[in-house]
Design a protein around this ligand. Structure first.
Ligand code: SF4
Length: 480
């Protein structure tokens, strides 16, 4: 049985009252100016609302009308609107827009779909939004959130936003056409998020069919005595992630041992609080080359010993492996080399892999070993969104996967896969094409445990909801 769409919309209208209003709606309400709605809509594509709001404010301070926009050249526009997504293209469109509107529409924003679609940089989504928000003309703008949520509800079964628009035009009562976009954008940004939707606190939790949804994991209960939470996270620059809520993420995860990769800094370049993290013992192994690679490990318990590197300067100069020894296990924090787009470092990476494996096996002869970090390889097809297209690409080449096969055949256990068999669970997403929003990702971060320590693996998880880097943290609860 399908959902009751009238009920869903009624509930959400009450729910989103306290949510942040999407930026284009805000500009429409505040200015009632079709020119500003059009320009803000163009800026907003593939850009966060906060960035769009700031760029719009700067641009409207310089150009309050189509005529004033015509006075700005492409280079100036680029500077004004940076860092919105695709700012160079958007600057080009904006420069051409005023000319086209002067020639064909007497410097006024056209009020028809065809007129809007004839403007540079304007597609159906933008045109629909301008018709709806600027002129109040019934039109359905289908943002990615509308398309996604309508499919989650099973109200449409479509592959593209364009198909969703067609179906909604047939099924959805016209009174909902204009507001549906704002409603679902606000709801999609606040609760029904693309990665890890908050079903746990959703007003529609009972009625929603949740098609193809992996709900956000509930915060785990306190650990049992004798279980340590080990977290690994490629932060893609420790100074950068620090400015993006690292301390809040740390408080939420509350790791006993935290292995960070790609810190891209010497210890002394870090803010004081990261050099000596409160409540933790802090260890660093940075690359010789400044701003490159490097690993750091923070531990609540003081380790018995610390081993920096694996005894080969080719890899140790790049700050790739940092090992802490505890009473009954070794924590090996690794940043595996990337084989590079042209695969020029495939051989280098393979040599690292073999040496790292020897190193970890030597340790495992003495006590349990957890090897964690960014392995820079998705092991099996289930571990990335587009396996076929990436078969020859860095991180999923047959050579890299073959090493991972040999590594696991030698007894090393991929703890996450041991505990989680499902697809679409990734730890890295490209910054391009809103890959994270669309969950087009790769699982390349692991906690691997030596075979004899299988029984010590309590649980393993990926914290996809934690942002700040292009990777998210991966977690292992381990009996210690
Ligand atoms: S229950 Fe979950 S999937 Fe359904 S609308 Fe709410 S957040 Fe989205």
């Amino acid at each position: 049985m399908g959902i009751d769409i009238e009920y869903f919309i009624e509930i959400l209208e009450k729910e989103v009252k306290d949510y942040q209003v999407p930026v284009v709606d805000l500009i429409a309400v505040q200015t009632k100016d079709p020119f500003k709605v059009l320009v803000a809509t163009i800026l907003s594509a593939r850009t966060k609302d906060e960035v769009t709001a700031e760029a719009s404010r700067r641009l409207f301070a310089r150009a309050d009308s189509i005529q004033e926009l015509a006075g700005l050249d492409e280079k100036e526009l680029q500077k004004i609107i940076y860092p919105v997504g695709f700012y160079k293209n958007k600057a080009k469109y904006l420069a051409a827009l005023s000319q086209k509107m002067a020639e064909d529409f007497s410097s006024k924003v056209p009020q028809t779909m065809d007129g809007l679609l004839s403007l540079p940089g304007v597609g159906r989504k933008t045109a629909n939004l301008v018709l709806a928000q600027a002129f109040g003309i019934p039109a359905i703008c289908v943002d990615t959130h509308v398309h996604r949520i309508m499919n989650i509800w099973g109200y449409v079964e479509t592959k593209t936003p364009e198909q969703t628009e067609v179906v909604l035009r047939k099924k959805l009562a016209e009174k909902h056409w204009i507001p549906i976009n704002s409603l679902l954008v606000a709801f999609g940004q606040g609760t029904c998020r693309p990665v890890g939707p908050h079903c746990d606190r959703c007003v529609l939790e009972r009625e929603c069919p949740k098609r193809n949804v992996t709900p956000r994991k509930q915060k785990k209960p306190n650990r049992m005595d004798g279980v340590k939470r080990l977290v690994s996270w490629n932060v893609n620059g420790l100074r950068a992630v620090f400015k993006k809520g690292f301390m809040e993420s740390l408080a939420e995860m509350d790791p006993d041992v935290l292995g960070l990769q790609e810190i891209k800094a010497m210890a002394e370049q870090l803010p004081e609080i990261l050099q000596n993290l409160p409540g933790y013992h802090s260890f660093f192994f940075s690359a010789v080359r400044k701003g490159y690679s490097g690993v750091a490990t923070y531990s609540k318990e003081k380790p018995l010993s610390v081993i920096r590197g694996i005894g080969d300067s080719r890899f140790d100069d790049e700050g790739r492996v940092l090992t802490l020894e505890f009473n009954n296990f070794y924590f090996v924090n690794c940043y595996f080399p990337n084989s590079k787009n042209d695969l020029s470092r495939l051989g280098f990476k393979h040599e690292f892999n073999l040496l790292l494996q020897d190193f970890a096996e030597d340790l495992a002869a003495r006590k349990s070993v957890v090897v964690c970090g960014d392995f820079n390889v998705a092991h099996k097809e289930i571990d990335l969104a587009n396996p076929r297209q990436n078969r020859k690409n860095a991180g999923f080449t047959p050579e890299e996967c073959a090493w991972m096969d040999r590594y696991t055949e030698a007894g090393w256990i991929d703890s996450f896969r041991l505990k989680n068999k499902g697809p679409q669970q990734y730890s890295w997403w490209s910054y391009r094409s809103r890959a994270r929003d669309r969950n087009i990702g790769w699982r390349i971060d692991y906690h691997c445990v030596d075979g004899r320590s299988l029984d010590r693996i309590v649980d393993a998880d990926i914290y996809q909801h934690i942002h700040g880097s292009d990777h998210c943290p991966v977690v292992l609860d381990f009996v210690c």
